[in-house]
Design a protein around this ligand. Structure first.
Ligand SMILES: O=C(O)CCC(=O)C(=O)O
Ligand SMILES: [Fe+2]
Length: 283
């Protein structure tokens, strides 16, 4: 479908990721070096206005049409931070991060539904972003390791729709790396809160810490700082979600819509049953 789509999606004049084999003016290398610096400094890369505004409008209207048609799974199950089964051994404190159940709710439209969504005229996200050499080459170069698109039929990419009262509590992703494409930020709340390279620290906690200020205090001695980037429609951010605690705070006004694309350092990685069941409604 993407080949028939006449819309351009990526703002190549600002982000010439397609010039990686022939960087005539050095702009590709400049972008890459800046992105590597940002990744090393902040633990994520944000590229404002990565999507062209027509593309944002088109993707947003497709997703809203699907929501209107009742496509998607509204997940309301609680989960732990690791998105993995609880350890039932008696030796583990009931307050251990693995044991603490966190509330989240959001509507997910999975990859399979997005690919089938002909009536909503959804573009083929596999072709647009997942298998595009320019995208794969760029994110692999930023991370300085070869990345492969996830092959999970539901979770390789998905749309998140957060309505008022929804939010996604603290967690580490199943996928090593994610790209988020912001289509519509919420009017209030819905902040992306992100603690880079924090997994081993949280794994070492005897008790889960929930208050964001208390987390900030607990990690300060490790020179870690909570990031709260301001994100706008069309922005891309690339982050290492598997080793960075993150959440989306409760949406208090408006609707927040984004698309997540997932990548790993190994080919053919799929989601675990826990995540499929809780967030995608797949049993
Ligand atoms: O919506 C976001 O900004 C992040 C979503 C997220 O962390 C996830 O879907 O795993
Ligand atoms: Fe996540």
């Amino acid at each position: 479908m993407a080949s028939k789509d006449t819309i351009n999606y990526i703002n190549y004049s600002k982000y010439p990721i397609d010039q990686f084999e022939n960087d005539v003016d050095g702009k590709y290398n400049y972008l890459l070096q800046n992105s590597i610096k940002q990744m090393n400094r902040d633990g994520f890369v944000s590229l404002p206005s990565f999507l062209l505004s027509d593309a944002v409008d088109k993707l947003t209207s497709c997703i809203l049409k699907l929501e209107e048609d009742g496509v998607g799974f509204y997940s309301t199950d609680s989960h732990n931070v690791f998105l993995d089964a609880d350890d039932q051994s008696d030796a583990m404190s009931p307050l251990h991060p693995r044991r603490i159940q966190l509330d989240s709710s959001k509507l997910i439209i999975n990859a399979s539904d997005l690919l089938l969504a002909k009536e909503a005229q959804a573009p083929n996200l596999d072709e647009l972003f997942m298998s595009q050499r320019s995208v794969l080459n760029f994110i692999s170069s930023v991370m300085q390791t070869k990345l492969y698109p996830s092959t999970d039929p539901y979770g390789k990419f998905y749309a998140n729709i957060f309505r008022e009262g929804d939010g996604l509590n603290y967690h580490f992703d199943q996928s090593e790396y994610s790209i988020s494409l912001i289509l519509q930020p919420s009017e209030e709340g819905g902040e992306f809160q992100f603690l880079p390279s924090s997994r081993t620290i949280v794994e070492g906690w005897d008790e889960m810490i929930l208050d964001i200020d208390d987390i900030a205090e607990a990690v300060a001695p490790h020179s870690l700082e909570m990031k709260r980037p301001k994100l706008a429609a069309g922005d891309l951010y690339l982050f290492r979600g598997q080793n960075s605690l993150h959440r989306v705070s409760e949406i208090t006004k408006g609707k927040r819509i984004n698309i997540i694309l997932t990548f790993n350092t190994e080919p053919d990685v799929r989601l675990n049953q826990y995540t499929l069941q809780k967030f995608f409604g797949v049993i």
